[in-house]
Design a protein around this ligand. Structure first.
Ligand SMILES: C[S@@+](CC[C@H](N)C(=O)[O-])C[C@H]1O[C@@H](n2cnc3c(N)ncnc32)[C@H](O)[C@@H]1O
Length: 241
């Protein structure tokens, strides 16, 4: 079999043809991305760089879908760790021509945290134009940076992936929602399992409690078929959606 025919059978009939529309129906109220096209990008481009841990392929697809549909002007994410999520954001924006400032935040080196990467902090994005690394608390630092931008054209996407306790996620999600009305928010480690599993369901409960206490216009999209789980809170009326 010819190479092109084989690739076609493996990856779908559109392989080798001109770029498909990755985010069709953006004028419609419902969320839609081209799952075949984004699968191709995840396998071809992201997987060789970031593998599938901590972000399984379905979660990489949700990150990609969020960026393509919401077209953020700014991405604030914490924690950086070695820079896998920051690198995913960068690769997606570069490939699909999305001009977003990417700010990635982790705790200062002298702060104790079991997952702090120390000297490996952000090594996958070091020196990449368009990605800025910061040290500090994720919420406080990103709100400070955002306050320096003109509010009019800002459509930020936040990625909350720092400390995964109920209290931290609740504080961070409340801080974003209350202070940035145009925000769309992705959260990691949001898988829900029954109490018997012994899993940390703090992030899941925090989302439930924060949204339950407010009148809000978020739609919820989740990849929660197993650990670690990812949830997107998106607003149909956010500026560029
Ligand atoms: C699970 S790791 C993040 C994984 C990372 N996003 C990646 O792409 O691999 C959690 C990170 O959050 C950082 N962290 C914990 N609390 C934080 C906070 N309040 N602000 C910023 N970073 C925080 C930790 O130091 C750690 O590096």
């Amino acid at each position: 079999m010819q190479l092109k025919g084989l690739l076609s059978r493996l990856f779908g009939g559109g392989y080798g043809k001109s770029q498909p529309d990755v985010s069709p129906n953006r004028h419609c109220s419902e969320f839609e991305v081209n799952n075949w096209a984004i699968s191709d990008f995840v396998i071809r481009k992201l997987f060789p760089i970031v593998g599938f841990k901590p972000f399984p392929l379905n979660e990489q697809m949700l990150i990609l879908a969020a960026i393509l549909r919401l077209r953020p002007t700014h991405i604030f994410e914490w924690g950086t760790n070695i820079g896998k999520s920051a690198r995913i954001f960068h690769e997606v924006c570069k490939e699909f021509g999305i001009n977003a400032e990417i700010h990635s935040i982790d705790l200062p080196d002298d702060m104790e945290h079991v997952e702090h990467p120390k000297e490996r902090r952000g090594y996958l994005v070091r020196g990449i134009t368009g990605v800025t690394l910061h040290q500090g608390d994720g919420l406080d630092t990103s709100l400070r940076i955002l306050s320096r931008c003109g509010a009019a054209d800002v459509s930020p996407l936040f990625f909350i992936d720092g400390d995964h306790s109920y209290e931290s996620v609740r504080r961070e999600l409340e801080g974003v929602i209350d202070r940035v009305p145009a925000a769309n928010v992705l959260l990691h480690d949001t898988f829900y399992q029954s109490v018997e599993s012994g899993y940390n369901i703090g992030p899941y409960k925090a989302i439930e409690d924060v949204l339950g206490k407010r009148t809000h216009s978020f739609r919820i999209l989740s990849q929660n078929i197993g650990l670690p789980g990812m949830t997107l809170l998106w607003q149909p009326r956010s500026k560029r959606a």
